[in-house]
Design a protein around this ligand. Structure first.
Ligand SMILES: NC(=O)C1=CN([C@@H]2O[C@H](COP(=O)(O)OP(=O)(O)OC[C@H]3O[C@@H](n4cnc5c(N)ncnc54)[C@H](OP(=O)(O)O)[C@@H]3O)[C@@H](O)[C@H]2O)C=CC1
Ligand SMILES: CC(=O)C(=O)O
Ligand SMILES: [Mg+2]
Length: 754
């Protein structure tokens, strides 16, 4: 544990969990709760109606309550990841984490429940009594062998799916990866020699599933802390281990691994040595799945074998075999058909669906999930990544179908096509796309200049930017001052940051000459340019980027936008034929909307509105959205007629004259643009659905609207992103947080790579 505390991420993770509302989730009402009338429906007396309806027909609980979309993630904290018994409280961050992953990947709402007991009967009873509240129960991080008994008993007692994720979730993903690894190495499961390290919940479930897939009993050796589980061993045994005991001479993991084809690690960090991997058969398959640190790191394997197929439980190496690929989608499929259980057929269907997906060509719109690299089925790509947007329609569909075919679905799917669309619509692509952008940045790190290098939050952001692997942060400021602030705030890494002070930089003359060449005919003398470079950090930072000494600039926390923007424009031009604009990305609860221009042009002309629309469309596409553009006004399609809407209608006419590959229409009001029912009152409207790109009629309305959204709404506003400059520059709002700064710096770095 102490080495975890020393690791660079430890403090960052603590801050992440503590900032704002502590923890990672909250409850949000889905119905109006504003007036007395609303309350009389939500609660007494109105609430009596659904109560009576459900009492009369229990199945209607799915119509009137959250049960059908609600999963409980339940633990007692006895086997928290690979960290051991941290107790119920100690497990809560992991359980909250699982709950938000359910939401993020499959739009399922979860409660995390940490039960303060190691007594099997108490645990079973507590969960059983909670059955009516949930559509499914996900048991998590409960140590073996108690987990086997708990799950078995609850499955018998409850009429909803009960699934111990560390057992079956892991087994499903491991099986999917193994199907493909065997295929790639030309082996059959029927004659490989397998060693499994760890004989707990995850390991035993994996072994059972791969035996069910055809691995002969005598071909697998299971090991635990006492070494090989051989026939006749008595120490540290239980009935679940005994079931996998074999006759063998091997007594240690080292002996078991010699000559083996497959290693499955579900034990603890560093349990495997390089020599052990060296002793394995040709083209060994090594799945080191202990979390958070694997049994052996992939780079250590690479030192001794160049023919191995390697997987870990982590996202920062290729081939992540982690149950996050399974549990959201398995429960989604099971709950959508109101399955009474998650049976073997459903598990195998999930494993096969995952394995198949990795063999399919990666289409354009999915390539971003793979850092733009369009992976090809092979040793480095045996399993899809958790951010693959195909998972949401592929895996639940397979699980739901298997539930129907095996007779456990209480509400079968009638229209497969409609169900697939419904699944797709559950994911807003923004979060995924942002993550993918960050992954791409990590794959090709850049030098980003943090122009306000003496600001505390800028320093924190620069350090986090570097730790996240996005690139090299370059801070502009006085070295002594920056080091002093770092000491005061206890941030480490001073030596790894690049710090430049304009007035001390050796070859700053090149920036003086460069700026003078640009500004001499705008009334600036050489000495003015020298002063600007030496004294103005935005100018100096922009010169660095303009002259290729860095890739992007981040600024904005100390000066108003208009001031910083003016300074930057002295150094950096717009892209040829383009207009500089600000695009705010408004990530709401159920959709993302792009709003432009929120920063630059006061009252855009019709021609400028056209350019702004195109810039905003590009940003929307970059973040994974197919744009539907609404040119906003207070009027709808000419009513009321007023001179202030003329520009908007004219812009639509100008767009009509071009051949464009996106939908647009206007003039229209924001509610018509966003609400399909209101839009239906204008059947001629050319948008095929609610608008997701809002082109605002003026800076005042755009700026006010985006700030209202971030202050009042339940939305997160990213940006505004400055687009249209020939070099990437982002100017954050003065109130930007450290996370905002890191994200904007990463987005600027990404733009540098375009
Ligand atoms: N990648 C993924 O998706 C998942 C990974 N895991 C990881 O698998 C590991 C086990 O989790 P889980 O099964 O839930 O935990 P359990 O507590 O149920 O089992 C742990 C097992 O590991 C064994 N073990 C501990 N240390 C060693 C060692 N040095 N050598 C050999 N065996 C050892 C224990 O042996 P003994 O019986 O002798 O005590 C026990 O059998 C954890 O690291 C966890 O993070 C779990 C689920 C999913
Ligand atoms: C991933 C997971 O569930 C575990 O490591 O326990
Ligand atoms: Mg777990």
């Amino acid at each position: 544990m102490s080495d975890k505390r020393d690791s660079g991420q430890y403090d960052e993770a603590l801050r992440y969990h503590a900032q704002g509302k502590p923890g990672k989730m909250e409850i949000i009402a889905t119905k109006a709760m504003t007036t007395q009338h609303d309350l009389s429906l939500a609660y007494s007396p109105g609430v009596a109606a659904p109560c009576l309806a459900i009492a009369e027909d229990p199945e209607t609980v799915y119509d009137y309550t959250t049960k059908g979309n609600r999963v409980a993630v339940i633990s007692n904290g006895t086997a928290v990841l690979g960290l051991g018994n941290l107790g119920a409280l100690g497990s809560k961050p992991v359980m909250e984490g699982k709950a938000v992953l359910f939401k993020r990947f499959a739009d399922l709402d979860c409660f995390d429940l940490e039960l303060d007991t190691e007594d099997v009967d108490e645990f079973v009873n507590s969960v059983r009594l909670m059955g009516p509240s949930f559509g499914g129960i996900n048991l998590e991080d409960i140590k073996a062998p108690e987990c086997f008994i708990i799950e078995q008993r609850l499955r018998e007692l409850m009429d909803i799916p009960v699934f111990h994720d560390d057992q079956h979730g892991t087994a499903i993903i491991c099986a999917a990866g193994l199907i493909n690894a065997l295929d790639l190495t030309g082996r059959s499961i029927k004659n490989v020699k397998v060693v499994v390290n760890g004989a707990g919940a995850a390991a035993i479930a994996c072994l059972e599933l791969i035996k069910a897939m055809g691995l002969p009993h005598e071909n697998a050796i299971l090991c635990d802390t006492k070494g090989v589980i051989f026939q006749g061993r008595e120490e540290g045994m239980n009935q679940w281990k005994s079931a996998h005991a074999v006759e063998t001479e091997a007594r240690t993991l080292e002996e078991a691994m010699a000559g083996s084809d497959v290693f499955l690690g579900l034990s603890v960090k560093d349990a495997v040595t390089k020599d052990m991997v060296k002793s394995m058969a040709e083209k060994p398959i090594v799945f080191a799945m202990a979390n958070p640190d694997p049994e052996i790191r992939p780079e250590e394997i690479a030192e001794v074998r160049d023919d191995a197929i390697v997987a870990t439980g982590r996202s920062d190496f290729p081939n992540q075999v982690n149950n996050v690929l399974g549990f959201p989608y398995i429960f989604r499929g099971a709950l959508d058909v109101r399955a009474t259980t998650i049976n073997e057929a459903m598990k195998i269907a999930a494993a096969e669906a995952l394995a198949e997906l990795a063999r399919e060509d990666v289409p354009d719109e999915v390539a971003a999930a793979y850092k733009g690299q369009r992976p090809v089925y092979g040793p480095e790509y045996i399993i899809p990544v958790p951010f693959d947007p195909r998972l949401i329609s592929h895996v639940p569909m397979a699980v739901a179908k298997a539930a129907m075919e095996s007779g456990v679905a209480r509400r079968p799917i009638i229209d497969e096509h409609a169900y697939r669309n419904e699944l797709r619509a559950r994911l807003d692509p923004t979060a995924g796309s942002l993550q993918l952008i960050m992954d791409e940045v990590r794959a090709a790190p850049r030098r980003v200049v943090f122009a306000e290098g003496e600001e505390e939050k800028v320093i924190r952001a620069a350090v986090e930017f570097q730790k996240a692997g996005y690139g090299i942060p370059v801070l502009i400021g006085r070295k002594d001052e920056i080091h002093k602030i770092m000491n005061e705030i206890g941030v480490e890494g001073a030596n790894s940051l690049e710090i430049y002070n304009a007035s001390e930089m050796e070859d700053r003359e090149k920036y003086h000459d460069f700026l003078f060449a640009r500004l001499q005919r705008q009334g600036y003398l050489f000495r003015d340019c020298v002063r600007l470079v030496n004294r103005d950090r935005n100018i100096f930072a922009s010169c660095m980027v303009a002259m290729g000494d860095a890739d992007a600039v981040l600024t904005g926390v100390t000066r108003r936008f208009s001031v910083a923007f003016k300074e930057i424009q002295k150094v950096i031009d717009p892209k040829e034929g383009q207009r500089i604009a600000g695009v705010s990305v408004i990530v709401g609860r159920d959709r993302t909307v792009f709003m432009a221009d929120t920063t630059v042009t006061n009252l855009p002309t019709a021609e400028e509105l056209v350019q702004i629309s195109k810039e905003a469309v590009e940003v929307a596409r970059r973040l994974g959205h197919e744009p539907r553009v609404a040119l906003l006004s207070y009027s709808n399609f000419g009513n009321p007629q007023h001179i202030t809407s003329d520009r908007i209608r004219e812009a639509v006419c100008l767009l009509d004259k071009e051949e464009l590959d996106f939908e647009y229409d206007g003039d229209m009001s924001a509610d018509v643009a966003l609400n399909p029912e209101l839009m239906a009152m204008y059947p001629f409207c050319r948008l095929s659905g609610p608008a997701n790109v809002l082109i605002m009629p003026g800076l005042h309305s755009a700026n006010i609207a985006s700030k209202l959204m971030s202050s009042l709404g339940e939305s997160t506003v990213i940006g505004p992103l400055l687009v249209g400059l020939s070099k990437p520059v982002q100017i954050v709002p003065i109130g930007a947080t450290v996370s905002d700064l890191v994200n904007m710096a990463a987005l600027a770095a990404h733009e540098a790579g375009q």
